[in-house]
Design a protein around this ligand. Structure first.
Ligand code: SF4
Length: 354
């Protein structure tokens, strides 16, 4: 996912479309929806904040460094300044610990020297797109009429002449990196490949590639050679049509459920154990477990952001500030006080029969 996608940047809609009757989806929204419809609804319809993790900051800094290197010309000259590109300009490591910054530079250096990251002629970096995906009007009882659904995204690297799409991935462990087989079925890469087919209708297949960087302090490494898959046009088109159906379902869900307090009426995921624990654990587990209201969740997240901000401010001033135990800081979890006071223990931690 590109840095712009991570920051929720959005391209403008094409002229003539009414914002109030338009839904804009991204490939990562489809991934969330496939995992759990309620999770997608919380995030994208009810606008509950997601948890922020330090890996998000690391991934963003890694993408930015790679993008700067790739945006330079073939001699390494930054077209904006006319000088050799500086891929680590002032402020680049904001939010990273010195160890993380060091690790990131090692990973980037390895990615470049190994030939994983290549300045292909004709490369497009962070290629954004906003493409009409589906329109409603068939008189279905579930979906409102007169809506336009767009698919948007920013592709880390596209080379039209080579029929090639690449995405940079940072991960905690190589075991989370997709295999060739899983990559060939990955919805994000397939929908990015569809964008390339829209631009180059003569292509019959698209090569997709994940550039994997492992953020492991003890064992930093990259995957080389990279995982690649070739997607035939027929498969790309079939995935595109399948997700058009999913998009209509998302629109119907958005319109049917408009009160956040009705969250329990939305369907559970098919495999809750898997979905609720994916990607480090869903942030909404306390809500779905009936231990917290959505309003309490939103307040808790707001307090957490305030704590992080105050902690950073204090660090900048060189003074200590009290931060609530359990809050996440950009430097990792805040340790509990040395003499912890009894707290309200959620019921699901209580031994059976109590
Ligand atoms: S906790 Fe589980 S059921 Fe609830 S929104 Fe998250 S993934 Fe879905």
């Amino acid at each position: 996912m590109s840095t712009r996608e991570q920051d929720d940047h959005r391209l403008p809609l094409p002229e003539g479309y009414d914002e109030t009757r338009t839904m804009v989806l991204s490939a990562s929204q489809f991934k969330t929806f496939d995992l759990c419809k309620r999770k997608w609804w919380f995030l994208k319809c009810m606008k509950l904040p997601d948890k922020k993790s330090t890996s998000h900051v690391f991934g963003k800094a890694l993408h930015a460094a790679l993008e700067r290197w790739l945006l330079a010309d073939d001699r390494g000259i930054d077209p904006q300044t006319g000088k050799p590109v500086d891929i680590y300009p002032k402020g680049w490591s904001e939010g990273l610990t010195p160890r993380e910054a060091d690790l990131l530079q090692k990973l980037v250096a390895e990615g470049i020297s190994s030939g994983l990251i290549v300045r292909h002629p004709g490369r497009e970096i962070e290629r954004g797109f906003m493409r009409l995906f589906a329109e409603t009007g068939g008189g279905s009882k579930d979906t409102p009429d007169g809506w336009s659904i767009f698919l948007t995204g920013f592709i880390d690297l596209m080379v039209q002449d080579l029929g090639l799409i690449q995405d940079h991935k940072s991960t905690k462990s190589m075991r989370y990196a997709l295999s060739k087989n899983k990559l060939s079925k990955d919805v994000q890469m397939t929908l990015y490949a569809a964008e390339l087919l829209h631009l180059r209708p003569e292509l019959q297949e698209v090569d997709v590639q994940h550039n994997v960087f492992v953020k492991d302090m003890d064992k930093p490494r990259i995957r080389f050679p990279a995982t690649k898959a070739t997607l035939p046009r027929a498969e790309i088109e079939s995935t595109w049509s399948r997700y058009q159906g999913t998009a209509l379902e998302m629109l119907a869900l958005k319109h049917r459920w408009t009160d956040i307090n009705q969250h329990a009426l939305l369907p559970d995921p098919p495999k809750p154990a898997k979905s609720c624990n994916s990607y480090g654990g869903c942030p909404f587990q306390l809500i779905c477990g009936g231990r917290e209201t959505p309003q309490e969740y939103a307040k808790r997240m707001e307090d957490q952001v305030t704590n992080i901000f105050e902690e950073q401010l204090a660090a900048a001033k060189g003074s200590a500030v009290a931060v609530a135990p359990g809050a996440t800081s950009l430097n990792g979890p805040v340790p509990p006080p040395s003499n912890p006071q009894p707290q309200n223990v959620p019921l699901w931690w209580a031994p059976p029969g109590t």
